[in-house]
Design a protein. Sequence first.
Length: 197
Amino acid sequence: MREALDVRGGPDPQPVGLEDLVRAETERTTGADVDQQVRAQERHMPGDDRLIEAIGIADAGDVLTSLSEGLAGMITEKGRSLSGGQRQRVALARALLTEAPTLVLIEPTSALDSHTEARVATQVHRARAGRTTVVVTASPLVLEACDEVVLLDSSGTELLRSTHRELMAMARAGDAQAADYRAVVSRAMGEDAEVSC
């Protein structure tokens, strides 16, 4: 698992175009290469505390405890031995380890149950304090943890900017654009869901 998580020593992030980013995300693996996993590794190495902290923030402790060798345990190629939610939380832990001044997360909790999603959103918010984190999501549980929510139209033009709670209050008060926001968030919870905040 250590190899699957640790991004230290990799190349420095470089600006990329959206098309390249989408292609890379499609091809990206969340597990370590098989040859990296076969190497004997110590159970606890210097720097592992950072890995364990990121695992905790991403609520991926169950992945770690499921490996008999702990951080030295093997995760199958592309994380095929993990559930979708586990893969997503390991990928989130990897992203957090970069300690990037600006981090972009696209639907980082879409495969998680609502209790885990709310916990992860709160923990990421706390861990990323003082740095910029852009989250693209329609999840009300994640939006609730955000300092600021920006509603964009289909062309990327900003329509509204406020907190999730304020946008929901504006929608209840009859603001048409805030009603659009409420509709997006309601769809994220299911067609018939009523959003309460």
